[in-house]
Design a protein around this ligand. Sequence first.
Ligand SMILES: C[S@@+](CC[C@H](N)C(=O)[O-])C[C@H]1O[C@@H](n2cnc3c(N)ncnc32)[C@H](O)[C@@H]1O
Length: 199
Amino acid sequence: MAKTRRDKADFYTKKAHKEGYPARSVYKLEEIQASNNIIKPGDKVLDVGAAPGSWTLYTHKELLKAKGSIVAVDLNPLNLNPIPPTVTFFQGDAFSNEIRLKLIENGPYDAIISDAAPMTMGNRNVDTMRSESLAEQVLYLATEHLKPHGNLVIKIFQGGGQQEILKQMRLIFNKAKTTKPKACRTDSFEIFLIGIDKK
Ligand SMILES: C[S@@+](CC[C@H](N)C(=O)[O-])C[C@H]1O[C@@H](n2cnc3c(N)ncnc32)[C@H](O)[C@@H]1O
């Protein structure tokens, strides 16, 4: 029998719980990494919108193999106990002057990954606009603070603006594309923009 959306959500949530991750979103990064090789052991990674911490933990354990370092930032605290030794965490708005300076001081980065999402209002236009604004700010940060040959992942809610951002990414990266991992909820309008090999 075909799985319903709720069964699928339960599958990934249960799997995350069983494997010690605080959120099911880890499987989106796993899929993105499998097809794009975004992060390599030894890299310095910036994780924007990191809480509760599944991407951070997966990056530490599976992608960096505990070699390298991660700067993680979120409005909310990480739900990781303990916080892995490779991780420096800043709590606050990634794009405030204070936090932005700290992110810059700790860079430049080999990879920037952003799963940052606004608190949704249920109004698709407002939610999409806020998501686009976050995505633009992440791209701006990457333009300045991602190393040459570095890779970028940005979550964005689909709504038109992603085409313009993708166009800008094509100027900055040798390859840029969109992807929607299977682990995304079927009713979710999120997609991921991938930039490979910064020029
Ligand atoms: C879908 S969650 C990220 C899940 C995370 N990747 C994980 O695997 O555990 C989106 C996060 O983006 C964060 N966020 C949204 N706007 C932000 C901002 N301006 N600065 C920092 N974090 C932000 C939210 O607080 C939220 O925790």
